[in-house]
Write a protein that binds this ligand. Structure first.
Ligand code: GLY
Length: 350
């Protein structure tokens, strides 16, 4: 078992490789009523209905994937909290991928202006990114995560035994976030991944990769919780990634879109920051079967450009990117012209 500490508006721990059922059982000491928020397949695998057999345990089943980060789903959950008279000492436990912890955390942030919530991420991307750092939110037609709150969980329980249930495709999608973390801060993550041949090899390093990635995230979040500046480095690869994810109607996994976004941000860094290590990133992404290219005609550049202009890092209509001077040395790209952005997009076409 490892613990990583996060210092934000509250101080909390990320527990790694703690049994999630034992963790949930321990919550009864602090909270009378608990509602589990989970998509149907997690509720079934975890037999959450059985855990809700007592009068003060409740289950709210969400739709799968991004569909749960919707105002109407949040409203249904607020309604259940109202019907069950959830008070300030009660708690939400979100069990699922990043979409579930984003939704559960957002509803916790807004119910009675803030009740306790706990994150039990069940995906690799959820463990190393979404559940840690207190970014909670839902989507609107204009883009991802446009309505939300910085609101930390009381504890994150990252039980890596969940990851054995993930398909190789989903595990790889999580590896895109792990590779991102290595690129911006901890080269030892990239060194570890260099040593394995494929996804099965990476699975053998799960605890180490999760612990190292969470340590980077916790450090960045503790230094800049509200994303004044430094925290933006966690968005390396995400400016294009978010746009592709939305434009694909979420048929691309978040991590897959980020993988293409990492390639794009690396190429943009070559033009603007004299970055020279794109090949190392590409080799790692390819090893885990992550996409790095788009097909001609797959996405309209004007739509992608429009979505990137709406990115939260944009200032006065100017798209700002996180780039790299070298691996482990992120920097900001603030002055890339629309022409350069489009030319770089053409370089990532098959
Ligand atoms: N996923 C980026 C962040 O938490 O800031």
């Amino acid at each position: 078992m490892n613990s990583v500490y996060v210092s934000a508006e509250i101080n909390y721990k990320v527990l790694i490789d703690v049994n999630w059922r034992e963790f949930v059982n321990s919550l009864g000491v602090d909270h009378k009523k608990i509602i589990f928020v989970a998509p149907a397949f997690i509720a079934e695998v975890a037999d959450l209905e059985q855990m809700c057999s007592s009068a003060d345990r409740f289950l709210f089943v969400t739709p799968d994937g991004e569909a749960q980060k919707d105002f109407l789903v949040a409203q249904q959950l607020w309604n259940v909290l109202g019907e069950q008279e959830f008070g300030r000492t009660d708690a939400i436990v979100a069990i699922g991928g990043g979409a579930t912890t984003d939704l559960g955390g957002f509803v916790a942030a807004t119910w009675l202006r803030g009740i306790a919530w706990y994150a039990i991420p069940t995906t690799l991307a959820g463990m190393v990114d979404a559940s840690v750092g207190g970014k909670t939110g839902i989507n609107t037609p204009a883009g991802k995560n446009l309505v939300g709150s910085f609101y930390s969980p009381r504890t994150v329980c990252a039980d890596t035994s969940w990851l054995t249930t993930l398909s190789d495709r989903d595990f790889s999608a999580g590896l895109a976030e792990v590779i991102k973390t290595g690129c911006i801060s901890d080269l030892s993550i990239l060194d570890l991944l260099d040593r394995v041949a494929n996804v099965a090899g990476a699975r053998t390093l799960t605890s180490e990769l999760v612990t190292k990635s969470i340590a980077v995230k916790a450090d960045v979040v503790s230094r800049d919780f509200k994303e004044g500046h430094l925290r933006e480095i966690l968005n390396f690869g995400h400016t294009l990634g978010h746009a592709l994810e939305k434009q694909s109607n979420f048929s691309l996994r978040h991590g897959e879109a980020v993988a293409i976004g990492l390639h794009y941000a690396a190429l943009l860094s070559e033009s603007t920051l004299e970055f020279r290590q794109t090949d190392r990133i590409l080799t790692l992404l390819a090893k885990f079967n992550l996409p790095t290219l788009v097909s001609p005609g797959e996405f309209e550049w004007s739509n992608i450009f429009g979505l990137m202009t709406g990115d939260k890092k944009s200032r006065d209509g100017r798209i700002r990117f996180v780039g790299l001077r070298e691996l482990g040395k992120p920097d900001w790209i603030e002055t890339a012209s629309p022409e350069l952005l489009e030319q770089t997009y053409e370089k990532i076409m098959r």
